[in-house]
Design a protein around this ligand. Structure first.
Ligand SMILES: Cc1ncc(COP(=O)(O)O)c(C=O)c1O
Length: 386
């Protein structure tokens, strides 16, 4: 079937939540995607952060095929070999000793981390940040800042406050003896690709410690190599109480997790749960994905390529660009105009990219993208931003 036919079928049956681009992606390999008519694109959307490994990675295909033929369903009321092996491997890769709750998406990981924070502290309040994005379920949405996501669904969960990001004074004022947790992204992704200033996470840790609040880091987008370390928190020396993970965790299959610092021990049986959590197929995929990230040093690749890309983008010195910023291969160009026409122009030239707010163009390629493709992206950006 052609692009147009497939587009009209989706338009007929979907509820219409997603503003879509006029392209039907049917195949991928590495950092390349193809549409239904065989046109190739360079992928700087990266599955919105889920495709750090690149598309159709052979190790992931093999792990999924093997495990699908052996066992797909095994709820957490039983033990399982794939789950045990993955938990051990992930725990060894974490920057602090931890226990892990497995779930199915980023919003679910945030949701669970908020519940765990209330459970562990007995306190109600959550302090999140302006421009923060944490997902769209009610708890996660209550922590998300942008009114366009929140307003239609009021009233949200009570006792959430938002303070300016990278502002420790405002954070210190907001956190008190009623605060269960502070929730932050180490780099704000959807909110415009805004990295934490040097010392911000350290300051947040200190403020939490002073008030007996927990520090929750949302690494749903920054985790699994994206920023140049396996986890973005490793750029600082900070040890959080929890990490929320998802996106590239299982190489693009739907999986999330809450990593809970070992010092908090275990949680009361039955306090939370989910049918698909710790599913053997996903655990096998996630284990294979983690091995690829480690064996091929995907964080190191993201660091090197990200440094190169940021330098090349700074050198563009385009009058249309207000600022270039990022960490690893999470890169944003803040434009002086709205970003949408530039995304369309890139698509016409065979490059798929993302917005991050109304005027930030975000590049989120698979970490395996090669320099030739990055160079092509820079050349097209130079032309459209001239
Ligand atoms: C930082 C962050 N947290 C949470 C989420 C929500 O994840 P999901 O879409 O898997 O629910 C996202 C999604 O973009 C995200 O970027």
């Amino acid at each position: 079937m052609q692009n147009t036919e497939l587009i009209s079928i989706e338009q007929r049956y979907e509820v219409g939540l997603y503003p879509k681009r006029p392209v039907t992606i049917v195949q991928g390999r590495g950092a390349h995607l193809w549409d239904a008519e065989g046109r190739m694109f360079i992928d700087c959307v990266g599955g919105q952060g889920a495709a750090n490994l690149g598309h159709s990675h052979p190790a992931l295909i093999a792990a999924v095929q093997d495990q699908a033929a052996r066992l797909i369903s095994c709820p957490e009321i039983f033990h399982n070999d794939q789950r045990a092996a993955y938990l051990e491997a992930l725990a060894a890769a974490l920057p602090f000793p931890a226990r892990i709750f497995l779930c199915n998406s980023g919003a679910e990981a945030i949701e669970a981390s908020l519940k765990f924070a209330r459970l562990l502290t007995g306190r109600p309040r959550i302090v999140a940040t302006m421009r923060g994005f944490h997902g769209r379920t009610f708890g996660a949405l209550s922590a998300t800042w942008d009114a366009k996501y929140r307003k239609p669904f009021m009233p949200l969960v009570p006792e959430f406050a938002h303070v300016p990001y990278n502002n420790l004074e405002a954070l210190a004022e907001a956190v008190n003896a009623q605060t269960a947790a502070v929730l932050l992204e180490p780099v704000q992704g959807e909110g415009g690709v805004r990295p934490a200033d040097a010392g911000y996470l350290e300051g947040a840790r200190r403020i939490c410690d002073e008030q007996g609040a927990l520090l929750l880091l949302d690494e749903v987008q920054t985790g699994f190599g994206r920023t140049g370390k396996l986890f973005a928190v490793e750029h600082s020396g900070v040890i959080p109480d929890m990490l929320a993970l998802a996106k590239s965790m299982a190489g693009g299959l739907p999986m999330g997790a809450v990593v809970l610092h070992e010092r908090h021990g275990t949680l009361p049986g039955g306090a939370h749960g989910t049918t698909f959590g710790g599913n053997p197929l996903l655990c096998a995929a996630a284990h294979a994905a983690l091995r690829v990230m480690q064996d091929d040093d995907l964080p190191g690749q993201a660091a090197e390529k990200g440094t190169w890309l940021l330098e090349r983008l700074h050198a563009l010195a385009s009058p249309q660009v207000r600022e270039v910023r990022g960490q690893g291969l999470l890169v944003g160009l803040e434009l002086k105009q709205r970003v949408q026409p530039y995304l369309s122009a890139l698509l016409e030239r065979g490059v798929l990219a993302l917005p991050a707010g109304p005027n930030v163009l975000r590049l989120l390629p698979p970490l395996v993208i090669d320099y030739a493709d990055l160079e092509t992206v820079v050349v097209h950006l130079a032309e459209i931003l001239r």
